[in-house]
Design a protein around this ligand. Structure first.
Ligand code: DX5
Ligand code: ZN
Length: 220
């Protein structure tokens, strides 16, 4: 059976106690810590940025920091996120001209950090064509990016299946992450379609017992 990794999104954490919240999910078995960076321009919301990665890296030297950049022209900031300790950086296919997306991916890779490209619900997997062979992960958004607590878009399951088939046909070692509306109900659907990394904000941080919440998402 595929090894499912769980990435709690700190967007749903109590940010006044961020260190304790992150410690709690790591103790509860979280594989990654998902950091949602929003610029109020690529998405209609603002969240947090580079200093959060700096602080988390200092407090949790071993944690896998999965940084999801929902920002326009992400190439402007990848160096800073890399230097502050991101383990993996996701940029959106729609966030810039493809040539600049390619340059940003090269820069992330050159620093030994993992690369991921994300697709909004309306973007088809053909947008990945020129990068897929070299990516460590693809993030399929299962809500419109920008806010936590939205409902999972069932119409994205076909896209996950299509992507999993493409990855297998090419013999690639590329993870598929899903983000948005992942709960104990929707997680099995995403896994069945081919996802192996699950982001979850409210379904983990909205629960008291984070270990149980994480175990439920893993669907073992
Ligand atoms: C949405 C963010 C998500 C969000 C998920 O734009 O990318 O990571 O935190 O939140 P839930 O799991 O509550 O849908
Ligand atoms: Zn996210």
């Amino acid at each position: 059976m595929t090894n499912i990794r769980i990435a709690p999104s700190i967007l749903a954490a109590d940010l006044s106690r961020l260190g304790d919240e992150v410690r709690d999910v790591l103790d509860g078995g979280a594989d990654y810590i998902h950091v949602d960076v929003m610029d109020g321009y690529f998405v209609p919301n603002l969240s947090f940025g580079i200093p959060i990665v700096t602080s988390l890296r200092k407090a949790f030297p071993e944690a896998f920091l999965d940084v999801h950049l929902m920002i326009k022209q992400p190439g402007r900031f990848v160096k800073a996120f890399v230097e502050e300790g991101a383990s993996l950086i996701t940029i959106h296919a729609e966030a810039d001209d493809p040539a600049y997306i390619g340059l940003a991916l090269n820069e992330i890779r050159a620093h030994g950090v993992r690369t991921c490209v994300s697709l909004r619900p309306k973007t088809s997997i053909s947008a990945l064509e020129r990068w897929l062979d070299d990516l460590d992960m693809v993030l399929i958004m299962t809500v419109e990016p920008g806010f936590g607590g939205q409902s999972f878009m069932l119409d994205q399951l076909g896209k996950i299946q299509e992507l999993r088939a493409a990855i297998e046909a090419r013999g690639l070692n590329c993870d598929i992450e899903v983000d948005g509306g992942i709960t104990a109900k929707t997680a099995p659907l995403a896994i069945e379609a081919g996802a192996n990394v699950l982001v979850s904000g409210s379904a983990v941080f909205g629960r008291k017992d984070r270990r149980t919440a994480i175990e439920e998402l893993r669907c073992r």
